[in-house]
Design a protein around this ligand. Sequence first.
Ligand SMILES: [Fe+2]
Ligand SMILES: [Fe+2]
Length: 149
Amino acid sequence: MTETDIPDIDIPEWSSALSLGNAEIDAEHREFLARLGHVARLISQGERLQIKDAIRAMTAVLKGHFATEENFFNRVGYPQATAHLVDHVTLMNLALEIEKVIDGSEDFSTPRLALAHFAQSVIDHLTESDMAYRPYLVEAEGVEASEVG
Ligand SMILES: [Fe+2]
Ligand SMILES: [Fe+2]
C-alpha cells in the first residue's frame, strides 16, 4: 500500500440539502460533519495526539447523536428502527477502529484508509438511512405543534 492508493478524503460541510427539517437533529449532523472534517484535516497533517483527541471528540458527538435518533425511533415506533440501529453500531465500530489503528501506523496510511471508509459509510447513512425517517420527524413535529397549539 502506498500513499497514492489512499483516496483523498473530501468531507462536505452540512448544507440545507441534508436537512431533516428538525433543528436539533440538523445541528447534531452539522456538528458531526464539522468534527469529521477536522479529523480529516489533522490526519493529513499527521499530528498523532491531536488526531486522537479529535477522533474521540467526533466519536462522542456521534454517540450522543445516535442516542437522539434512537430515542426518537422509540418514541414514534419507527418501523425501520432495527435496521437503522444496526447501521449505527457498524458506524460506531468503524469510528473506533480509526483510533485503534493510529498508534500502529507510522505514516497514517492505515488510519487514513479507515477514515475514508468511515466517511463514505457515514455520508451514505446521512443521505439514505437518515433521510428515510424524515417523514416521521415531520409528522411528529406536526402532532406536537398541534398538541401545544
Ligand atoms: Fe443521523
Ligand atoms: Fe442515523
